[in-house]
Ligand binder design. Structure first.
Ligand SMILES: NC(=O)c1ccc[n+]([C@@H]2O[C@H](COP(=O)([O-])OP(=O)(O)OC[C@H]3O[C@@H](n4cnc5c(N)ncnc54)[C@H](OP(=O)(O)O)[C@@H]3O)[C@@H](O)[C@H]2O)c1
Length: 283
């Protein structure tokens, strides 16, 4: 595994394993144990995924030492605000059954993110969280957030894939030394990705698959990725991207696939924002 160094000096694996929508506890445990076995060292969960208990249980059962595993979780909107966030963070630690969280993210840029950040900062300073970050902060909110907080987020996790490359956000993140991390890095295995002729030609040249080229592209640009699959063979496929290097010409060809549009939802679209806020549930 290769690592990125975050702005507070800690090391984060370049490729992680995401567990969104793996809601059955036994299946989630099996997936995390398989992922650790095939070489993943970063597990990406969230309060909103409803599987922190299963993830923590798998980490405790695994033979991989805790300090070799990088565990990310995210605070759900319902637990935002200084007091509520303190309870919510402790809730995650309890459900995970772990002494510390490696990376805690604010899941969405809504509600009282400033009070939430103060609570996260206290747990960070107390050594209960090794790095704190944000998710789904677009360029304008990123600038605002960086300027009015003492601690600069270590990571911003965003929808990012070959069809949505986020140049504006990357520019702000590079300026402030915030590590970019891509969610849905293979566009959820979409048909338009799996049948793209440019990606197909590049994949054939290297004897790789299209998802591997799509993931390699992001990592080569300095972006961490957290692909999800329940399939052990695909787990191996998605992590096997460190034995080839895309040329400048290939990087430029893939750059042109950017549509500048989300596949899923926009944190700038009032309808999408309302939909997300209506999803508020306690975990
Ligand atoms: N911060 C946020 O707001 C946010 C939002 C969304 C996601 N995330 C995180 O990002 C992770 C990944 O995102 P995602 O799950 O939305 O999308 P993704 O990783 O781009 O794609 C996952 C989908 O692609 C399929 N797949 C995986 N590997 C494949 C391969 N090699 N070939 C073909 N199909 C493949 C999977 O199916 P199978 O499982 O059947 O293999 C699954 O349906 C999540 O699990 C979560 O941890 C964060």
């Amino acid at each position: 595994m290769e690592y990125f160094t975050l702005n507070n000096g800690i090391q984060m694996p370049k490729v992680g394993y995401g567990v969104l929508a793996i809601t059955d506890a036994a299946e989630c445990e099996r997936c995390v144990l398989d992922a650790l076995e095939v070489g993943y060292r970063l597990i990406d969960t969230a309060q909103g995924y409803g599987n922190e208990r299963a993830v923590g249980s798998a980490i405790r059962k695994s033979s991989i030492p805790r300090e070799d595993i990088f565990l990310t979780t995210k605070l759900w909107i319902a637990g935002f605000g200084y007091e509520k966030a303190k309870e919510a963070i402790q809730g995650s630690l309890d459900r995970l059954g772990l002494d510390y969280i490696d990376l805690l993210l604010i899941h969405h840029p809504f509600n009282d993110v400033y009070g939430t950040w103060r609570a996260m900062s206290e747990f960070y300073k107390a050594g209960k969280i090794r790095a704190i970050g944000i998710s789904n902060f677009y360029a304008d909110r990123l600038v605002d957030f960086v300027h009015f907080n003492d601690i600069v987020p270590a990571v911003n996790q965003l929808e990012m894939h070959v069809f949505h490359q986020r140049p504006k956000e990357l520019e702000v993140m590079n300026k402030h030394n915030i590590q970019a991390q891509a969610w849905s890095p293979i566009d959820r295995g979409s048909e338009r990705l799996l049948s793209n002729p440019i990606l197909k030609a590049i994949a054939e040249k290297y004897g790789k698959t299209i998802p591997q080229v799509a993931l390699r592209y992001l990592v080569q640009k300095g972006v961490s990725v957290v692909p999800k699959t329940v399939n052990k063979k695909r787990m191996v496929e998605n992590i096997s991207i460190f034995d080839f290097v895309l040329s400048d010409e290939e990087m430029n060809l893939i750059l042109k696939l950017d549509t500048g549009k989300t596949t899923f939802f926009s944190h700038e679209d009032p309808k999408d924002v309302e939909r997300l806020i209506n999803m508020i549930r306690e975990y």
